[in-house]
Design a protein around this ligand. Structure first.
Ligand code: ATP
Ligand code: LTN
Length: 336
């Protein structure tokens, strides 16, 4: 009898070490990684090279601090280093090298169409080549690990699409080198909106400069209470997902994901109540959900050497896989 063991599907994802990590990042990405951790072979990266694409936002001291903060937050949120590989993108130079190879098969027109690039570049006086090339570096991240699934928030859909396109174009030109990955998104909670403005996605960069835009994972109970109680809603009292105003719907989605409930359970729970009750309950739910994460975070950053140890192990494992894929790509291209 054949005893072929099926390998677990591989998951790859990452967060940039810039801005204030918020519950949108937690709900849309990190908590999804944690929930699926036993199902897959997981690789989670701190994408520091991506953070350099807007150099005005990152001083060297800031970057050094933030890389450690994000790594500690991954662990505090429940990423288990025995089940998942955690590493820093710049520690594995294969990412930068594969980016060059992929650049050479990526038409500029594809990059010009990226909405994230257009939005970010619109506010800038000079736009660096790195910002334009951001999606190609992201494609390299994903393709280096023969990734099956990429769990992210829905703002990343276009980047997953272009990753697939780049991989297909490369394979067409040079032969089967890359696996074609799929995105993995939450059905509810893939796009958490700003609490000050439910028309805009909750964002890390805005969260750092605007009060009451977002809830940081490390925010105090008082700040959480203040932000939720003052969240923008309107006079529509509906607490059903379909009929609620955008601000209330956002709170309902947060409540749903933070309590691991279904939409029906949430609607039943709030039937006959107004959004004042929803806000009050959400405050408690968020504080309780974040409390153990904040406690664990504190322990992790206080334990000398713990984080470095995990990041070093992660680097070794990531490098082992990445080197093989990069070599395969180079051989197919005729680089000797
Ligand atoms: P910025 O808006 O400052 O560019 P960001 O908040 O999008 O930053 P990223 O590091 O770019 O943060 O994203 C990390 C992960 O969190 C990605 O998977 C992204 O899709 C997800 N994510 C970001 N914002 C949200 C959101 N508002 N709702 C759900 N998921 C989100
Ligand atoms: N662009 C992503 C961060 C990112 C990423 C990745 C996510 C960089 N490389 C690879 C998944 C897989 C963002 O969230 N802004």
């Amino acid at each position: 009898m054949s005893s072929k063991v099926e390998r677990k599907k591989r998951v790859f994802s990452g967060v940039q070490p810039t801005g204030q990590i918020h519950i949108g990042n937690y709900v849309g990405a990190i908590s999804l990684w944690v929930e699926n951790q036993d199902l897959y072979d997981n690789i989670f990266c701190i994408v520091d090279l991506h953070s350099l694409t807007i150099p005005e936002n990152v001083s060297p001291e800031y970057l050094r601090k933030k890389v450690r903060e994000v790594a500690a937050l991954y662990l505090a949120c429940g990423i288990d280093p025995e089940k998942s590989t955690i590493f820093v993108q710049s520690h594995v130079p294969e990412h930068a090298e594969l980016t060059w190879l992929l650049n050479c098969v990526t038409p500029m027109g594809w990059l010009e169409r990226m909405t994230q690039y257009k939005t970010k570049a619109a506010d800038m006086e000079t736009v660096g080549t790195g910002l334009f090339d951001y999606p190609v570096l992201m494609a390299a991240d994903i393709l280096l690990y023969d990734t099956d699934l990429v769990p992210v928030g829905d703002d990343q859909k276009q980047h997953i699409e272009i990753t697939r396109d780049i991989a297909q174009r490369f394979n067409h030109l040079y032969g089967e080198v890359f696996k074609i990955p799929d995105g993995l998104f939450r059905e509810s909670g893939a796009r958490i909106m700003g609490l000050d403005n439910p028309e805009m996605k909750m964002s890390k960069s805005l969260g750092e400069v605007k009060k009451r835009h977002s809830i940081g994972i490390l925010d105090s109970a008082d700040d959480i209470r203040d932000t939720i109680m003052r969240a923008t809603t309107d006079s529509n009292m509906e607490t059903r997902f379909e009929y609620a105003s955008p601000g209330v719907k956002n709170l309902l989605v947060l409540y749903q994901v933070m309590t691991n409930s279904s939409k029906e359970e949430v609607e039943d729970h709030f039937r006959g109540k107004n959004y004042g009750a929803l806000k009050k309950e959400l405050v408690e739910v968020v504080i309780e959900r974040l409390r153990p994460i904040q406690e664990k975070y504190k322990e992790i950053v206080e334990e000398e050497g713990y984080l470095d140890n995990i990041l070093n192990r992660g680097k070794e494992r990531a490098k082992e896989i990445a080197a093989v894929t990069l070599q395969r790509a180079k051989e197919h291209m005729g680089l000797i």
